[in-house]
Design a protein around this ligand. Structure first.
Ligand code: HEM
Length: 519
């Protein structure tokens, strides 16, 4: 390198005599020095860039070792372009390349696990790996949100929150879910009567789901205006949940818009927490999750932590919204699509409804009714298996993580358990892509014999806290829709193709036509 600088300096230091005539004796050394300095800077900069690029490749190859994955990473951005527009085909290629495989995005080294064994190992090794959600999550949820706690602090906090999902609490939520769902079904039928052409249910189901969640979490402590505003703004949060995002929350970026949406939502949720405390202190009966929580804290027999500020409660509710909104919408939309595409299964759902609730379609459904509907529950479980809303969850290796006998995940790497292959393992789920609720009804079926494969809700200390809630809500919506409506799925070439917006959805948004079943 030094010799190159010398050659360049030499060439500029021998200009033609005519050109020299334009410069004074003083100007010549000055010019030569500045040109030479510029060249030195250019070549030094180039040298540093080349060295860094070479280092980047060496580090990637050193970390990757024998794992499948590209031998070289695209400089600086790695697989950023792929992560901007993720496809199921792209993910499957990665998952099928090996039980463990490697890639790099913006120099974040990523180990992808696709087998049940490795995925579970990551989820159940809190000493080596903890959830890192997506990169943008901390900016959206705020760093002091409980979901970022780890170890003992996380266990202690979660123990308090488990009280919000008891059978008794779920019974209270059930009534709210039933009434919000009926309100939406009525609206869908009225809209369909006004315009009977098929419509994508992508947004209508999201609205139903958002109102259900907000009413379950906050009851009437939120005015209608707030549920509408949160619902409208929430889409900005959903689209910011890419695996890798532009790292700075500059105005105009997705993360910036998501942060603005969170500010609006949190302000309303804080108000709801305050109102809930007031209502409970006035002796009112619990009407929602916040009331259940406040009532519990006031119970003299309760031994846990007693003080939670309005802001802290609001952040918990927001974390539930964040964790549930997209996954629930995905689960519900595929529920509708699956039942429409399998009229034999829909007929069995209706038969069970008629048997348990004969002629009672106007009467609210109860948790006790649902307990007597094993077929409906099996449909929900199977629909979530065939199209798992969450296909993977990013974790961070907090220290060197010896995941297998031959490979140790380097500290600081992202390590991602993925669930799709476990949920489509043909040994456990013969004909894995077929929707077969019956497999869950036979205790001897390999599906029931291998619960470790059912990773729809994750596993280990961070396993979904809302499993009962989620499955119950999807069941209510599908039960009421099948009792009260007929729906026809208008198939398009994109109906069976998957789009990934944090969770998975049919690419065409699932085009349905609703008609009433009862006059
Ligand atoms: C079909 C709907 C849902 C699916 C597929 C789903 C799936 C998941 C998955 C895969 C995880 C990560 C688990 C892990 O890291 O091992 C998770 C975590 C979580 N989910 Fe869900 N979820 C759903 C609905 C809900 C609902 C309705 C709520 C709340 C009401 C909820 C609250 C949470 C919370 C708070 C966490 C983090 C738990 C922790 O870190 O301790 N989810 N969920």
């Amino acid at each position: 390198m030094a010799s190159m600088f010398r050659i360049l300096s030499a060439s500029v230091s021998v200009p033609s005599p005519t050109s020299l005539a334009h410069f004074s004796n003083l100007q010549l050394p000055c010019l030569l020095t500045s040109v030479s300095n510029a060249a030195t800077w250019t070549y030094t900069t180039l040298a540093i860039i080349f060295a860094l690029l070479a280092l980047e490749q060496s580090v990637y190859r050193y970390k990757k070792k024998h794992l499948p994955g590209d031998s070289w990473t695209i400089p600086i951005i790695g697989k950023f372009a792929d992560s901007m527009k993720p496809t199921m085909e792209g993910y499957m290629k990665q998952w099928n390349s090996g039980a463990l495989s490697a890639l790099s995005v913006f120099n974040i080294f990523i180990v992808m696990a696709s087998s049940t064994e490795y995925s579970r190992k990551i989820l159940n090794s809190p000493a080596h790996a903890e959830p890192c959600l997506v990169y943008s999550a901390k900016q959206v949820l705020l760093p002091d949100n409980w979901v970022f706690l780890t170890g003992k602090d996380h266990v202690a906090y979660r123990r308090v929150l488990n009280n919000l999902f008891t059978h008794k609490s779920l019974g209270l939520y059930f009534n709210i879910m039933d009434s919000v769902t009926r309100k939406y079904i009525k609206r869908w039928l009225a809209d369909a009567a006004a315009d009977p052409t098929e419509k994508p249910i992508m947004m209508t189901v999201r609205d139903l789901n958002m109102e259900t969640s907000l009413r379950v979490f906050c009851g009437n402590h939120l005015p209608d205006k707030a549920t509408r505003e949160i619902s409208d703004k929430y889409w900005a949060i959903t689209v910011a949940l890419e695996l890798v995002n532009f790292p700075f929350a500059l105005p105009g970026t997705k993360i910036y818009r998501a942060i603005q949406a969170r500010k609006v939502a949190l302000a309303w949720l804080e108000l709801a927490a305050k109102r809930s405390k007031e209502a409970v202190s006035q002796g009112k009966e619990p009407q929602c999750m916040l009331d259940e929580w406040v009532t519990l804290l006031n119970d003299p027999a309760y031994k846990g932590r007693k003080e939670f500020s309005d802001r802290e409660m609001a952040m918990v509710v927001f974390s539930f919204l964040f964790a549930s909104q997209d996954a629930m919408s995905s689960g519900l939309i595929y529920g509708f699509q699956h039942l429409a595409d399998h009229p034999d299964i829909l007929a069995k759902v209706r038969e069970e409804q008629n048997r348990i609730r004969p002629g009672q379609h106007e009467k609210p459904m109860t948790l006790e009714d649902l307990d007597q509907m094993p077929y409906l529950k099996a449909v929900v479980k199977e629909s979530l298996r065939v199209k798992p809303p969450v296909t993977m969850v990013p974790y961070l290796a907090t220290k060197a993580f010896p995941i297998s006998d031959t490979y140790t995940v380097p500290p600081g790497s992202m390590v991602i358990p993925s669930f799709y292959n476990s949920l489509h393992d043909p040994k456990v789920f013969p004909e894995p892509d077929a929707l077969t609720p019956e497999r869950w009804l036979d205790p001897e079926n390999p599906a029931n014999k291998n619960p470790q494969n059912y990773l729809v809700f994750g596993s280990g200390p961070h396993k979904c806290i809302g499993i009962e809630y989620a499955t119950m809500n999807i069941a209510i919506v599908l039960a009421l829709a099948s009792e009260l409506t007929e729906w026809e799925h208008v198939l398009t070439p994109r109906s069976d193709k998957v789009q990934i917006i944090a969770t998975i959805f049919p690419q065409d948004g699932c085009l349905l036509k609703f008609t009433p079943r009862h006059a």
